[in-house]
Design a binder for this molecule. Structure first.
Ligand SMILES: Nc1ncnc2c1ncn2[C@@H]1O[C@H](COP(=O)(O)OP(=O)(O)O)[C@@H](O)[C@H]1O
Ligand SMILES: NC(=O)OP(=O)(O)O
Length: 316
């Protein structure tokens, strides 16, 4: 048995795409190459890891491409679009991480696992979509789409209007035993985009459903299941803040469960962005008070693991 610390890393949108470039596959690959330099450094510092990534922009574009081409080829169902997003994002990560590791004389195998995540059909999220996907639109374009396609459209953090889809809670990772078997000598990219959402039928069969699961909650469930020491959520900001984006912003180096609950009640964390990250971190340390969660940026990941920066969330 290895005595290395085990980390589950959740990669945010900025690890896959630059805000300034066209959202092409080529542009994504360039960003992912840089992301993988950081991940290779973490691996090189002596951690075992699994990687979970987001897919909101990507799955939205795949769905849109299918809709646009519907007169030529039959459109793919939503769950299949989720699986396709896992495939191509995983491929970019696999290729880039393999290279970044080889530059450091490390030949750790990297593999992407198409991963299904069981959700409950009765999850209230199916009646109230919250997950923004795909491209941004103007308000006029968004109302047009809402009328023509019946989609729920919402303004997304001052950046434009986006389609919202249901985001039910992840309940069970179908391929978890395969992840555990691979863990010791392989870096597994799993639960991508929160996992392909599936519901379980009374006879035990699984069936894809239209949803996008939150990848931070999925990463948390994975961290519990593999008994990870650390859940590391990598996003754009170095630290979680209270009074974020105000002249009184205060960056936090540490939050206990009690403090985090208080800050949530006071409304410091934006719904759909920082709130699920803090909630996922809290769930992990509540599940096992010996463990910790870290929220930080990709380029500060190593410093945060050394306790020099980031926001650490612990039980007390
Ligand atoms: N209290 C807060 N502290 C820090 N960042 C916050 C806070 N509230 C909202 N944010 C914003 O949330 C963003 C992270 O959410 P998001 O971009 O949706 O995540 P992801 O990296 O998973 O794509 C941060 O980059 C920051 O702009
Ligand atoms: N599935 C998911 O949470 O994707 P984003 O992080 O891109 O929103």
């Amino acid at each position: 048995m290895s005595n290395k610390q085990k980390i589950v890393i959740a990669l945010g949108g900025n690890a896959l795409q630059s805000k300034n470039d066209e959202p092409t596959a080529e542009a994504q690959l360039e960003v992912v190459k840089k992301t993988c330099e950081h991940i290779a450094e973490i691996s090189n510092s002596g951690y075992e890891m699994a990687i979970v990534h987001g897919n909101g922009p990507q799955v939205g574009r795949i769905v849109l491409a299918c809709e646009t081409a519907r007169d030529v080829v039959p459109p793919m169902p939503f769950d299949v679009c989720g699986a396709m997003s896992q495939g191509y994002i995983g491929y970019h990560l696999q290729q880039s991480l393999r290279y970044a590791l080889s530059k450091r004389n490390r030949n750790v195998p990297v593999v992407t696992l198409a991963t299904q995540m069981v959700v409950e059909r009765a999850d209230p999220a199916f009646k109230a979509p919250t997950k923004p996907i795909g491209p941004f639109y103007t308000e006029d374009e968004a109302s047009d789409i809402a009328v023509k396609k019946g989609y729920v459209m919402k303004e997304d953090a001052g950046r434009g209007w986006r389609r919202l889809v249901a985001s039910p809670l992840p309940r069970r990772i179908v391929e978890i035993s395969a992840v555990k078997k691979l863990w010791n000598d392989t870096i597994v990219i799993t639960c991508g985009g929160g996992g392909i959402p599936v519901a379980e039928n009374p006879d035990g069969t699984l069936e894809g459903v239209a949803a996008v699961i939150d990848k931070d909650f999925a990463a948390e469930l994975l961290a519990e299941q593999v008994d990870a020491d650390i859940l590391m959520i990598l996003t754009e900001v170095e630290k979680v803040a209270i009074r974020f984006n105000t002249p009184e912003q205060k960056n936090l180096s540490h939050m206990s469960l009690t403090e985090a609950s208080q800050y949530i009640d006071e409304g410091h964390f934006a719904v759909g962005s920082m709130l699920p990250k803090v909630q996922a971190a809290m769930k992990f340390v509540r599940y096992n008070p010996e463990k910790k969660a870290i929220i930080t940026s990709l380029d500060k990941a190593i410093d945060a693991l050394e306790g020099k920066t980031g926001t650490e969330i612990t039980f007390s």
